[in-house]
Every structure is written in C-alpha cells, then in structure tokens.
Write a protein that binds this ligand. Structure first.
Ligand code: NDP
Length: 234
C-alpha cells in the first residue's frame, strides 16, 4: 500500500469514486481537474489531457508530491452524441482526442517512471458501448473500443517489466454524464440491463482497485465488464 496513484478526471463522477477507493486503502492519490480544484483531502493537479505540455507538467507535480506514478487510471472522458449524418468532423476528432489520444498521452508519460521502476498498473475506463456500439455515439464508441487495442498492445509491449494494462468497461452509471439522458431513453436502457438498475460509481471503483491489487498481478490485457449484464457475450 501507499502507492502513488493518478486518476485523470478524478474531481467528480466515476473518477472521484475511484480516487476515494484508493485513498481508503491508504494509497497516495492525485487527481486531475480542469479548474474545479481538488475535492477535499485529495491532491489535485490542473490538467487537460488534450494538451501534452499540461500532461507533462501535471506528472512532474505529482512526482514531486508523491513520487513516480505507479498506478494510472485513465478515466477522463466526454461524449458529444449525434447521429452519423449530423456529426461533423470536429465532433468526431474532439471526442477521440479527449478519450483515446488523451489516454495515450498520459500512458506515454506514466510509463517513463514505470519502466524505470519495473512496476506499473494501468487501467482504462472504457464503456460497454465500445464493444456493443450505440446509435448516436460513433465517436464515443470508437474512442472506447480504441482503448481495448491500446491496453492489449501495452500489455504485450511492457508485460515483461511487470507493467499491466487492463480495461474496465462500465455499463450505465449514475453520474453527470448520464444525467443528460432523457427519461424515455433511461427506461429503454434499464429494460435491457439484466440487473435492472444503474451502477453506482463505487461499483466501478471496486473493479479498478481489484485490477491493481496484489492478487491481480497476473491479469493483463483483460476487459472487465461492470455493466449489470448489459454486454454479456462481448
Ligand atoms: P463525468 O462527466 O461525470 O466526468 C468526466 C470527467 O472527465 C470529469 O472529471 C472531467 O473533468 C474529465 N474530463 C473530460 N474531458 C477532459 C479533458 N480533456 N482533460 C481532463 N479531464 C477531462 O463522467 P463520468 O464520471 O460518468 O465518466 C468517467 C469515465 O467513465 C468517462 O471516461 C466515461 O466515458 C466513462 N463511462 C461512463 C459511464 C456512465 O454511465 N457514466 C458508462 C461507461 C463509461 P471536468 O470536471 O474538468 O469537466
């Protein structure tokens, strides 16, 4: 315990639940935010993952406070939903840049220290939608599917240095992101979830902390669904 953990987008929602779960088990936790400041008791660094220089500066700050990042949780993400015919190129590339290239930026920066330490744990927060597809989410689903290929390639490249890369694929979780969904669509979604309810952010956090626990050291390149059964058969 007492490892240096960085959670991107850990200022709210799922990321905050993940940060709190690590904090509860005694790790040194840093989170990124884009101006909101850090929630009570957490070390926060300002960072937009679409900006390489900001990513580099954020890691330097975290390293000075907690030492090199040993556990990276790439959680920051956005949606910008619309049907393909209405989606312009900027809407597509903006979501890819934040969700997929952003995860690549933080991974690249984090692995510098992980390689030196010959230890690292990386977890990507993907989505059930990355493997299932979703109308109106061509950009988002592509970004989330991309995380699977990225994790598995990193698992292969860095596996021999005791660096693991895994993916957690949540179903529907009650956060600001899903608050935007209409009541009708909410009912429709819940009808297709065997568990018949949304997940809590804490249920996603539990899978993440498991993947970085001592007992999970031989799990790498895995995609763990936490989706109430929505994506069964992935
Ligand atoms: P929220 O919208 O509540 O939070 C998103 C977080 O990402 C915020 O902390 C936000 O920061 C941060 N973020 C967004 N863009 C950037 C950026 N460019 N640079 C740095 N930080 C950024 O979402 P959730 O907590 O619901 O989602 C967290 C992750 O889980 C996302 O990757 C999402 O795709 C995924 N997910 C969510 C599901 C759900 O049902 N909620 C289902 C499946 C996956 P800020 O506060 O500054 O805006």
């Amino acid at each position: 315990m007492g490892r240096s953990v960085l959670v991107t987008g850990g200022n709210r929602g799922i990321g905050l639940a993940i940060a709190r779960a690590y904090q509860a088990q005694g790790d040194k936790v840093a989170i990124t935010h884009r101006g909101s400041g850090a929630p009570e008791g957490l070390f926060g660094v300002r960072c937009d993952v679409t900006d390489s220089a900001a990513v580099d500066a954020a890691f330097t700050e975290v390293e000075a406070e907690h030492g090199p990042v040993e556990i990276l949780v790439a959680n920051a993400g956005i949606t910008d939903d619309t049907l393909l015919m209405r989606m312009d190129e900027e809407q597509f590339t903006r979501v890819i840049d934040a969700n997929l290239t952003g995860a690549w930026r933080v991974t690249k920066r984090a692995t510098r220290g992980m390689l030196r330490a010959r230890y690292g744990r990386i977890v990507y927060i993907s989505s059930v939608v990355g493997l299932l597809g979703s109308p109106g989410q061509v950009n988002y689903a592509a970004s989330k599917a991309g995380l699977v290929g990225m994790a598995r390639s990193i698992a292969r490249e860095l596996g021999s240095r005791d660096i693991t890369a895994n993916v957690v694929a949540p179903g529907f979780v009650a956060t600001d992101m899903t608050d935007a969904v209409s009541e009708d669509r909410r009912k429709q979604i819940l009808a297709s979830v065997p568990a018949g309810r949304y997940a809590s952010p804490e249920e996603i956090a539990a899978a993440v902390t498991f993947l970085t626990s001592e007992g999970a050291g031989y799990i790498t390149g895995a995609v763990i669904p936490v989706d109430g059964g929505l994506g069964m058969g992935h």
